[in-house]
Design a binder for this molecule. Structure first.
Ligand SMILES: Cc1cc2nc3c(=O)[nH]c(=O)nc-3n(C[C@H](O)[C@H](O)[C@H](O)COP(=O)(O)O)c2cc1C
Length: 201
């Protein structure tokens, strides 16, 4: 592992919470693995429930990751309740963190400085250390409380990047939709991406 947080090889932390759209996280993790980026993956308990419903893999992220050996090699699965993990400390240098998808529950906790699990703690550390934090909320419609929580996080330095697929690249499949989002998320971390769906005229 490199000690330079700006290096393309510095670890990225990915928090997966119990909002719909676990498939976005899978695509991003696979892309990080293609680039051999060390990834610290934290999965909330409710994300496992949603993953079971959406991916049909009996909720086991470990099983889901082991489907692909190259993904498995790059991913370090961290326990959701392990607030003593390395990424819970500001001394552990990372490239940044994405919460993908981000539930309104986790969004609300973060916006109020609550850090009682490894996802909220690692994200809170990103904010205090002024590191890249990309929060990808998924809910609709949004209440005023949700909107205020997003505004609070944006004011604290986070990037709010809702799970909102674009359609201007004429997608034909769900993979096409995921790829545009994944490319934009890689852009956030200054990482190259296997997919290019740029608007070039
Ligand atoms: C199938 C399913 C889909 C859900 N989708 C969403 C969603 O899109 N957005 C959201 O904020 N919560 C959603 N929830 C509710 C969250 O899982 C719930 O608020 C939970 O407490 C989130 O916990 P976490 O933030 O620790 O993951 C969903 C729950 C289930 C079971």
């Amino acid at each position: 592992m490199t000690n330079n947080p700006n290096s393309e090889k510095a670890p990225i932390v990915v928090g997966v919470t119990g909002a719909s759209g676990v498939i976005y996280a899978r695509e991003f993790i696979r892309e990080l693995a293609r680039q051999r980026v060390e990834t610290h993956l934290i999965v909330s308990d409710h994300a496992r429930t949603v993953a079971a419903a959406e991916l049909g893999v009996s909720g086991e992220f470990e099983q889901w990751l082991s489907l692909n050996e190259s993904v498995h090699a790059c991913v370090r699965l961290q326990r959701f309740d392990d607030v003593a993990a390395s990424c819970a400390s500001g001394t552990f240098r990372i490239r940044g963190m994405a919460i993908l998808p981000c539930s309104m529950n986790t969004l609300g906790a973060l916006a109020h400085g609550i850090a009682d699990n490894l996802i909220t703690r690692a994200a809170d550390v990103c904010l205090k250390e002024r590191r890249k934090l990309v929060v990808c909320p998924r809910e609709t419609p949004l209440s005023l409380i949700h909107l205020r929580n997003m505004a609070a996080l944006a004011e604290a330095g986070a990037t709010i990047m809702p799970c909102m697929p674009g359609f201007y690249h004429a997608p034909e499949t769900i993979d096409d939709l995921l790829q545009l989002f994944t490319m934009k998320l890689c852009d956030q971390f200054d990482l190259p991406c296997s997919f290019s769906h740029r608007w070039l005229k």
